[in-house]
Design a protein around this ligand. Structure first.
Ligand SMILES: [Zn+2]
Length: 353
């Protein structure tokens, strides 16, 4: 028996690269050899863990998982939407100042480089339309109403996913970290439902066959060993999450206090054509989990979720924000090795031999 296991996305960048990005502009051509070396090294180390699916570690997302596609656009300002983290710091979104809305870069440009180095399937993470919708200011932009922005946004997002699928991504993962945050901002659930509707408008543009290669990631955020919405009850999010027309769900679980309760909710909401990858590694916990711990977490999940619909993942990327150096590359890969080994141990136990 095989239980699929996948990473979420980011691996801490080499410190040399982080320092070079801070000293210059992230798009400076002088940085290209450093990016190239970082991607090559990340993929080599990823493959050495035995991971059946890898990523490029988001080495070229030089700001973060959220704004990589819009950094540097002339029609933006830096004072956009704020995300406060429990460590006390705040991350900000760009604010759109005028239309039309177009991406500055598409994630398939990262995938293309990764595929040059990789010997195993590569997945590609992209940001959700709902996260980017937070760029539109509360007061309407003159001459560029919100409806036109949403049209443009959906078009750009669809285009990015299609380009990734066409270029040979194993799968495309839509990062939806703002889902749980939405419940915190608006406890009535109105904002969350508007996010679900928007993302479903995007997912509906794909065939059932294509959606089998599309997944959605949810988590309480992960930056500088802290979260933005860890205090929000998953019960407020998960029923809506599984309304999304995606084939795969990557759900942070290792860091939850009451995993059994979350697994019961997942069991009651998961549809027959959906697969759930549960988080068995916590990137914001500095301690490296053992394979045996991972094995127990998988077996716990298998007690609730049909094993043919179960997979494992990390709770989140290891540095969704490029300048987050709280986790080392060595620790990230050690944790990934435990995920791979522990998932295999669980598969063996469940297979009965
Ligand atoms: Zn995450």
């Amino acid at each position: 028996m095989m239980i699929p296991t996948e990473p979420i996305g980011s691996i801490p960048r080499p410190l040399r690269l982080v320092e070079a990005i801070a000293a210059r502009h992230g798009d400076d051509p002088a940085l290209m050899p450093l990016y190239e070396e970082a991607v090559r090294d990340t993929i080599e180390r990823f493959e050495a863990t035995g991971s059946p699916v890898i990523t490029d570690g988001e080495q070229r997302k030089y700001h973060n998982f959220w704004t990589y596609c819009v950094e540097g656009l002339p029609n933006t300002a830096p004072d956009g939407f704020k995300i406060p983290f429990s460590a006390g710091h705040v991350r900000r979104m760009l604010r759109l100042t005028g239309g039309p809305f177009r991406y500055k870069r598409y994630a398939d440009s990262y995938l293309e480089v990764a595929l040059r180095f990789a010997h195993v399937p590569v997945k590609q993470a992209v940001i959700s339309p709902s996260a980017l919708s937070l760029m539109y200011p509360p007061v309407e932009i003159r001459g560029y109403p919100r409806e036109r922005f949403i049209d443009d946004l959906l078009h750009e997002h669809e285009r990015e996913i299609r380009r990734c699928l066409t270029k040979g991504a194993h799968s495309v993962q839509v990062d939806f970290t703002e889902g749980r945050l939405a419940v915190k901002i608006d406890p009535s659930g109105g904002l969350l439902h508007s996010f679900i509707d928007l993302n479903n408008m995007a997912l509906s543009r794909f065939s059932a066959e294509e959606r089998r290669r599309i997944g959605v990631h949810t988590c309480p955020g992960s930056d500088r060993d802290s979260t933005h919405s860890g205090d929000v009850d998953y019960a407020e999010l998960l029923p809506s999450l599984f309304e999304l027309k995606a084939g795969n769900f990557f759900i942070a679980l290792a860091g939850e206090k009451d995993r059994a309760r979350v697994l019961k909710i997942i069991r009651s909401q998961l549809k027959s054509d959906q697969r759930v990858f549960v988080g068995v590694i916590s990137p914001i916990d500095p301690r490296v989990e053992t394979p045996e711990e991972v094995r127990e977490r998988v077996l716990e999940a298998a007690a609730y979720i049909p094993v043919e619909q179960l997979g494992t993942c990390d709770d989140c990327g290891f540095s969704p924000f490029c300048d987050d150096t709280t986790t080392t590359r060595d620790t990230a890969f050690a944790k990934i090795r435990s995920r791979i080994a522990g998932t295999a141990l669980a598969a063996r136990a469940l297979g009965g031999d």
